[in-house]
Design a protein around this ligand. Structure first.
Ligand code: AHR
Length: 648
């Protein structure tokens, strides 16, 4: 295609040649060229960058069960000072139970009124203090003979000089018991420079386990989610949630996989596990919570089941060795979607959700083409056969190779859907947006682009050298993302689902393992990257019909869809170049209303949003008048535009 910049005023001596016509985009609105998959836009998620612990999962205490580090009580410190002395240590001789097999021993040797001693937790890069807010603190405790408390629970400034909220429990005994206290703040100034403390004002030994502090959660759900973060996701109107990964599904070793059965039930029965992204997961956000999260967003789960391959290369041989893993996956499916009378469905009902969750798609594994044994083909076939035998209507998704996804598929059976992953540079996406899916066999499997994201720099998300860079992408990356979305939308009959990855990043120092990511946050605040705004813009203006659009003589990328109920047409235009490009929109087969709306995300391509400047690159809305077939719209440089056009 020719560059728009080549359109110039041509002057020949004595003769003025008229300005060259704007490039044309012809839209055929007479009939739909295809149906937009109703699940097209969704979310991919896993525990990475403190997405859950220190992120969406609202628990504020870090290392609440004292299992994060076998050697020391990480993230906990003794509180002592003038007139107050205490020592803390892990104690394997005083376990809460077989699951939480260690506790924290707090030996207070000196304390008195006004000189409290005890223990402090630093939280996930601070404890967020908000005004007029009620926090629910709870902990298990037991004491040495003769010690009954009271214990004061408080949220304090880091130096302990300011107490924002506090409460007391007393009557402790030598048996483990859970204590609860509500901590209410007054009209304080928000801060995250705070800690959570448990203190006493007399000497004695206390053991603690499962210390928890929850702020108000989304819809006040117990063991729930951070409302501001979840709202950002709800605002994207995702239609599915792919979980639990990603590499998080697989684990470094087989023993580190996402063992869903160990993530259910009371927190006292969840041991947590070592996750592949360098830290332990509490599994407070377990399988049941994933399902509630999907439901809160009005999205359906896309459940990934462990397929017998882990990241460091261990795999389970297809055949009898794999059978227990297949049974486990079938149990998992029953937990999600089985009747409340079934073995595993009854556990879900007991947890509070008798109605089965809607489940249409199950993915077998994640990026299993990295398995050098090349056993995935057979492993997939074995899973596929067993899942289809028990749940014939379920659509089974297979993973594919990275380099040449169309040629690196399982061969022994044809999967219903294949999951392609694309981490590409902006330029690579701009190229792919010019017809990657044209060559795909329409009779073959449907495509799920289960992970994708544009890079402004070469792809090296885990390279330590990139750690200093912004955790979220800039506008230039969003242009690549938007270009790629036009390709997926134009092919939304074939590409039935897609999700950017990674979704979430705690931007505090040391919290992230990957860049770039879609949504950033710290203990108090949250923001969307330009890519977040681009995806939200596209996902919330979609409709159900694909309209054919052909562009001539322009690099502007386009996709057009329509909502057949409201008869609104959505024209998406992406100009990744540095100059404005006027395009003439020839729309045939529909009578247009004269007014419309343009929503634009544009600016300096290097611009980005951050935790301190969250709204530098955000969409702007303007009204259009004089809309009719053949009208000219000028797409701004470095611009992503959605035109909402009403038709009669
Ligand atoms: O999104 C980050 C990682 O990229 C995922 O865990 C993995 O599936 C992919 O390689």
């Amino acid at each position: 295609m020719k560059r728009a910049g080549a359109l110039v005023l041509v002057l020949i001596v004595g003769v003025t040649v008229p300005r060259a016509a704007a490039p044309t985009i012809t839209i055929d609105a007479s009939t739909a060229a295809g149906t937009v998959s109703p699940l097209l836009y969704g979310l991919m998620t896993e525990e990475i960058n403190h997405s859950y612990d220190g992120g969406l999962y609202a628990e504020l205490i870090r290392n609440r069960a004292f299992l994060d580090d076998a050697a020391s009580p990480a993230h906990w410190t003794a509180i002592q000072g003038e007139g107050a002395a205490a020592a803390i240590a892990l104690d394997a001789n005083q376990p809460l139970n077989a699951t939480i097999a260690t506790s924290l021993r707090v030996e207070v040797t000196q304390a008195s009124s006004g000189h409290a001693a005890g223990v402090a937790n630093e939280g996930y890069w601070g404890i967020p203090v908000k005004p007029n807010t009620r926090y629910r603190a709870s902990f298990y405790a037991k004491t040495a003979p003769g010690v009954t408390g009271p214990i004061t629970a408080a949220i304090q400034s880091e130096d302990g000089k300011t107490t924002y909220a506090s409460g007391r429990v007393s009557g402790l005994t030598q048996a483990w018991k859970q204590y609860e206290v509500t901590l209410s703040t007054a009209n304080v100034t928000p801060t995250a420079k705070a800690r959570f403390v448990l203190t006493v004002d007399r000497p004695g030994t206390i053991w603690l386990s499962l210390v928890s502090l929850f702020p108000p959660t989304y819809r006040n759900q117990a063991n729930g989610f951070r409302p501001d973060l979840l709202q950002m996701l709800i605002d994207m109107r995702p239609k599915f949630l792919r979980f639990p990964g990603g590499n998080y599904l697989e684990g470094d070793q087989i023993a580190d996989r996402f063992e869903w059965k160990k993530t259910l039930g009371p927190l006292t029965e969840r041991p947590g596990h070592m996750a592949p992204w360098t830290y332990r997961s509490s599994d407070g956000l377990g399988l049941y919570e994933f399902l509630l999260w999907a439901e809160d967003m009005n999205a359906e789960p896309v459940l990934a089941v462990y397929a017998g391959y882990s990241l460091k290369g261990a795999y389970v041989k297809p055949g009898p060795d794999l059978e227990p893993y297949i049974e486990d996956a079938l149990d998992e499916i029953e937990y999600v979607a089985g009747p409340p009378t079934s073995k595993w469905g009854s556990l879900r009902a007991k947890a509070g959700h008798p109605a089965p969750f809607t489940l249409n798609y199950v993915e077998v594994g994640n990026e299993d083409f990295f398995d050098r044994s090349r056993s995935y083909d057979q492993r997939f076939a074995q899973f596929n056969q067993a899942i289809k035998a028990r749940y014939p209507s379920l659509q089974v998704i297979s993973t594919v190779g990275f380099e040449h996804p169309e040629n690196q598929r399982v061969r022994s059976v044809t999967p219903d859907v294949v999951d392609e992953h694309y981490y590409r540079t902006v330029d690579a996406f701009l190229k792919a947006a010019r017809g990657q899916y044209d060559k795909y066999d329409r009779k073959g499997p449907k495509i799920f682009v289960g992970e994708w994201g544009a890079y402004e720099t070469p792809f090296e998300p885990w390279n330590p050298r990139s750690r200093g860079e912004a955790p979220t992408p800039n506008l230039r990356a969003a242009l690549g993302d938007a270009a790629w979305m036009t390709e997926m939308e134009r092919n939304a009959d074939l590409v039935i689902m897609h999700g950017y990855a990674p979704l979430l990043v705690n931007v505090s120092p040391g919290a992230r393992q990957w860049r770039p990511n879609l949504i950033g946050y710290d203990a108090l605040r949250v923001y969307g990257s330009p890519s977040y705004h681009a995806i939200k813009l596209f996902a919330t203006r979609l409709g159900n019909e694909i309209l054919k659009a052909s562009a001539a003589d322009t690099d502007v990328l386009v996709s057009v869809t329509r909502d057949s109920r409201s008869r609104t047409m959505y024209v998406k235009l992406v100009n990744a170049g540095p100059v404005a490009v006027p395009v003439q929109l020839d729309i045939v087969g529909a009578s247009l209303r004269p007014d419309g709306t343009a929503i634009t995300l544009a600016g300096d391509p290097q611009d980005t949003n951050s935790i301190d400047a969250p709204d530098r690159v955000v969409p702007k809305t303007s009204q259009l008048t004089g809309v009719k077939s053949g009208f000219t719209y000028t797409v701004p440089p470095n611009g992503i535009v959605v035109l909402e056009l009403g038709t009669r």
